[in-house]
Design a protein around this ligand. Structure first.
Ligand code: LMR
Length: 394
C-alpha cells in the first residue's frame, strides 16, 4: 500500500514554527506563525476565557454528545457578532466546525457538492493553506491580482478587471478583513464596488473571516461581510475564534451560509450537517462553549472586548513604532506602509535570502515571503528589529 505514496510537502508556517522551537538561542524571535504575543512575548489565555472556563468546569455535569451541527448558542452568538442587525437572519444557516480551517473545509465540501470542480478565485498572494485546501476538496483554485509589491497596496483595478469577467459558476474567495499575508485591505468604497460586481456577475462570494476585531475594531472589520450579505443573494463565510478569543488549539469555528431565503438556508444547513456527520461527526465543544459563555454574559463580554481592544492597540502601536524605527534608521520612507496596513501581518518585501539571513544570523523568524507577524514584534524595542532588518537588506 504505502509504496504508492511520495513524501508530502510540508506546510511552511508550521515547519518554521518547528525550526523556531528547536533553535536553542535565548534571544530568538518568532515573527512567523500568526499568534498574538503580549509585550513579554507570551501568548496568554485571555482573562475572559479563563473565567468562562472556570464557570464551565464548575457547571458542567455531562460530556454527552452535543449534536452534529455543534453548539447552537455558540453558532448563534457568532452569527449575531458578524451580522448585527444588518440582514434578516432567517436567511442564515450556521454549523460549528473545528477552527477556521475546519469551517473552510466544510464550506469547500458544500461548494463542491453544489458545483463540482468549480473554480475558486483567490487573491495573489493568499494564506498558503487556501490553495491546497481547495484542491483537496476537488475545487479548482485560481488567482486574481491583489497585491502591488511596489506600492505595497491593493491592485484594485486589476483585481476588478478579473472579477468582472466571472460568472455564476465561479467562486470568489475574499479575506473579510486583515488580509493574510499582505496586511493590505479593501476600503469600504472598494468593498461596495466588489459587492456590486459580484451581485451583477453572479459570481459566488466566499469570505474568510479569521481576524474579526484585529484590524479597526469589531464593527469596522465586519463592513465587507455585511455589505456583501446586504447586496448579494448568497454567500458563505468561514469564521475563526482562534485569534480574537486566543483559542488556537481549541479549534472553534463556524461555517456560515447566507441564502436568498429561509427555505434555501435550511437546505444548505442540512447539507453542511451531512458533510460533518460523514467526516468527523461533530466538532470539539470546549472552545465553542467558552465563546458562548463569554458572549452570553454582559460582564464577560465587556471584559473580552476590552482585552481584544488592548491586543489591537498593541498591534497598531507596533506598526507605528516599527515603521518609525525603520524610517529613522534607513533615512527613507520605504517601510512607511507597515503603519498603514492593518491586521496581524505585513509583507516586508525582503528577498528569501534576506529572510534566511535574519533567521540564521539573528534568530529572527519570518515566513519566506517576508511575512512578519506584527503581533510578535517587541513593541518596546522596535529599533533592534529595524536595525536587523536593514542589515540583511540586499
Ligand atoms: C497563520 O497564517 O500563521 C495562521 O493562520 C496560522 C495557520 O494556521 O496558518
Amino acid at each position: 500500500m504505502f509504496e504508492t505514496l511520495k513524501k508530502a510537502p510540508v506546510d511552511k508556517i508550521f515547519a518554521l514554527l518547528g525550526e523556531y522551537r528547536a533553535d536553542p538561542r535565548d534571544d530568538k524571535l518568532d515573527l512567523g506563525i500568526g499568534v498574538f504575543k503580549d509585550p513579554s512575548g507570551n501568548t496568554p489565555v485571555m482573562s475572559a476565557v479563563k473565567k468562562a472556563e472556570q464557570r464551565i468546569f464548575d457547571a458542567q455535569t455531562t460530556k454527552t454528545y452535543v449534536g452534529v451541527s455543534g453548539n447552537r448558542g455558540f453558532c448563534d452568538a457568532i452569527v449575531d457578532l458578524v451580522f448585527g442587525k444588518s440582514i434578516d437572519l432567517s436567511r442564515v444557516a450556521s454549523v460549528q466546525a473545528p477552527g477556521g480551517t475546519g469551517s473552510l473545509w466544510v464550506i469547500n465540501q458544500l461548494l463542491n457538492r453544489a458545483r463540482p470542480g468549480a473554480k475558486v478565485w483567490m487573491s495573489d498572494p493568499s494564506w498558503p493553506n487556501h490553495w491546497p485546501m481547495m484542491e483537496l476538496a476537488g475545487l479548482s483554485p485560481q488567482t486574481y491580482p491583489y497585491f502591488d509589491s511596489e506600492t505595497r497596496s491593493v491592485r484594485f483595478n486589476d483585481m476588478m478587471a478579473v472579477l468582472e469577467r466571472l460568472g455564476p459558476d465561479d467562486i470568489v474567495l475574499l479575506h473579510a478583513c486583515c488580509h493574510n499575508p499582505t496586511g493590505a485591505n479593501l476600503t469600504p468604497e472598494q468593498w461596495d464596488k466588489v459587492a456590486e460586481s459580484l451581485n451583477r456577475t453572479g459570481a459566488f462570494p466566499f469570505l474568510d473571516l479569521a481576524y474579526l476585531g484585529f484590524g479597526d475594531g469589531l464593527e469596522k472589520d465586519a463592513y465587507g461581510v455585511r455589505k456583501i450579505a446586504q447586496t448579494c443573494p448568497e454567500m458563505m463565510i468561514g469564521f475563526s475564534a482562534s485569534k480574537n478569543f486566543g483559542l488556537y488549539r481549541e479549534r472553534a469555528g463556524v461555517a456560515i451560509a447566507v441564502a436568498a431565503e429561509k427555505r434555501a438556508a435550511d437546505i444548505v444547513f442540512s447539507q453542511m450537517a451531512n458533510v460533518i456527520r460523514a467526516s468527523f461527526s461533530q466538532s470539539p465543544d470546549h472552545g465553542a462553549e467558552i465563546v458562548r459563555t463569554i458572549l452570553a454574559d454582559p460582564e464577560l463580554r465587556q471584559e473580552w472586548e476590552d482585552e481584544l481592544k488592548t491586543m489591537r492597540e498593541q498591534m497598531l502601536t507596533s506598526r507605528t513604532s516599527l515603521a518609525a524605527s525603520l524610517r529613522k534608521l534607513s533615512n527613507s520612507d520605504e517601510f512607511d506602509f507597515v503603519a498603514e496596513h492593518r491586521g496581524m501581518f505585513s509583507l516586508l518585501g525582503l528577498s528569501p535570502q534576506a529572510v534566511e539571513r535574519l533567521k540564521v544570523e539573528k534568530g529572527i523568524y519570518l515566513i519566506d515571503d517576508s511575512r512578519v507577524n506584527i503581533a510578535g514584534v517587541p513593541v518596546d524595542d522596535t529599533d533592534a528589529l529595524a536595525s536587523a532588518i536593514l542589515e540583511v537588506l540586499d
